[in-house]
Design a protein around this ligand. Structure first.
Ligand SMILES: Cc1cc2nc3c(=O)[nH]c(=O)nc-3n(C[C@H](O)[C@H](O)[C@H](O)COP(=O)(O)OP(=O)(O)OC[C@H]3O[C@@H](n4cnc5c(N)ncnc54)[C@H](O)[C@@H]3O)c2cc1C
Length: 416
């Protein structure tokens, strides 16, 4: 692409996927980028996540090395343990080459946002439609701009671009325009989630640190009867936990998969935790001031990630269950790959998008289906093994390191 050939890019969605794409496309030096985000602000949200080395390398390439060192902790170890509420445990699997880093979602979002040029992300802009008229190389978007955070007043805008990047999440309206006939798949379970600081719950946190000696360097998967929990540390002495509970699909409001838990529900969760997990983990859950619930969904992998000059990235492209910690990792890797493809394809946008699709689709399909498989195993949705009697092969099957060799074609045939 010659230096005069600057692509006008609009990214729909200013969460981690959209902002990572903004960085990757700016880095090519060949794109003028605008991000449209419907929320007024989004950095003060979320809980923990883990990033693998490939995603970290891409973020470092955006110049975020120093911030990442500050906001994340090394997470070299993965541990899967069978647990009983009596406190009895059996180590099933340990991988000391897990090689992730843990961080809080909002710290990552803030790091990505603050390193972008001011004004590039336009909050309170909702994209309501997009189309590429036949024969045109431009995508036209209709956008509603809200006047202020609390205002209902909106102004309609029409914008155009050479490339539309849809980073509009798992309920992506852009994806629906490309594939109107498909819907999301409820996993069969929800996740209770919480983040507790040592100062909020000093006794519970101290007990957890004694009972989980690798806390601070390991992600613990606690496999109980037909359910499992997750526990790991985030910077600034925050303990991040999840508990997956098999249940009917809950009613949800609007776009969010988060359910605000009522007092009675929280009370029931606290009692249930004591009947499920080792006492120290249960006490931590009980001491969490504001636990919340996420309903867990994914979608069937797509055959295509592009249509004309519109491309899907992140959760819009491949919404996934969280068991292999892939959602944000995949979004960042999509961004890195898209940037490289745009850079290599000398102004031929369609060729760049085809290259992006060819590189990302097999990998993200495997990751979504592997994650689905791990969730079903750990939630005992297909069979209910006694993990205290499990053999070596079965235990090793729990490791996330199995993802690259996961035979997803066989699995999807089995599911049919
Ligand atoms: C507030 C929030 C908190 C999160 N917290 C965590 C966490 O703690 N741990 C974790 O692992 N993952 C978390 N996630 C999910 C995580 O960000 C994603 O799974 C992953 O980073 C990939 O994200 P994404 O950018 O592809 O999609 P998403 O993160 O789902 O973001 C999609 C974005 O698009 C915007 N959008 C949607 N439609 C439109 C439209 N029509 N016009 C304009 N904007 C639109 C949404 O407002 C949203 O900001 C969170 C996501 C959000 C939005």
């Amino acid at each position: 692409m010659s230096s005069e050939c600057v692509l006008d890019v609009i990214i729909v969605g200013g969460s981690c996927g959209g902002l990572a794409c903004a960085h990757a496309l700016l880095k090519t030096g060949r794109c003028k980028v605008t991000v449209l985000e419907r929320a007024s602000s989004i950095s003060a949200a979320g809980a923990g996540l883990g990033l693998g080395q490939e995603a970290l390398a891409i973020l470092q390439g955006f110049g975020l090395t120093e911030q990442l060192d500050k906001i994340s902790l090394p997470l070299p170890t993965e541990l899967n343990t069978a647990v009983r509420p009596s406190g009895e445990t059996k180590l099933l699997q340990r991988d000391d080459h897990y090689n992730h880093r843990s961080l809080h979602w909002s710290d990552l979002h803030q790091a990505l946002l603050s390193a972008l040029p001011e004004g590039l992300v336009r909050f309170r802009h909702t994209v309501t439609s997009s189309e590429q008229p036949e024969g045109s190389q431009r995508v036209t978007l209709r956008v509603e701009r809200r006047a202020s955070k609390d205002s209902e007043e909106t102004e309609s805008l029409q914008l155009e671009c050479d490339l539309l990047v849809a980073a509009d999440g798992s309920m992506s309206a852009t994806r629906r325009r490309i594939r109107p006939d498909e819907s999301r798949r409820y996993s069969g379970y929800c996740a209770w989630r919480g983040v507790v600081t040592d100062s909020e719950a000093p006794k519970a946190a101290a007990a957890v640190r004694r009972a989980f000696p690798d806390m601070g360097t390991a992600i613990y998967f606690e496999i109980a009867e037909r359910t499992h929990g997750v526990l790991y540390e985030l910077p600034r002495q925050r303990l991040n936990w999840l508990w997956y509970v098999n249940q009917e699909e809950p009613p949800l409001k609007g776009h969010s998969v988060t359910v605000k838990a009522g007092e009675e529900q929280i009370e029931q969760m606290r009692k249930g935790a004591a009947q499920t997990f080792r006492p120290e983990m249960a006490q931590l859950m009980q001491a969490t001031p504001t636990p919340f619930i996420n309903a867990i969904f994914d979608r069937e992998p797509l055959q295509h990630l592009m249509q004309g000059r519109t491309v899907l990235v992140g959760e819009a492209a491949h919404p996934t269950t969280p068991h292999a910690l892939r959602s944000t990792n995949m979004a960042i890797m999509d961004a890195g790959c898209l940037g490289e493809c745009i850079e290599q394809c000398s102004g031929n946008v369609e060729k760049a998008l085809r290259q992006y699709e060819a590189q990302r689709l097999p990998q993200t399909t495997r990751e979504v289906l592997f994650s689905r498989h791990l969730g079903r195993v750990k939630q005992a949705l297909d069979s209910s093994p006694d993990w205290f009697k499990a053999g070596q092969e079965q235990c090793e099957g729990l490791a996330q390191a199995n993802m690259p060799s996961f035979r997803w074609q066989d699995q999807s045939q089995e599911a049919e």
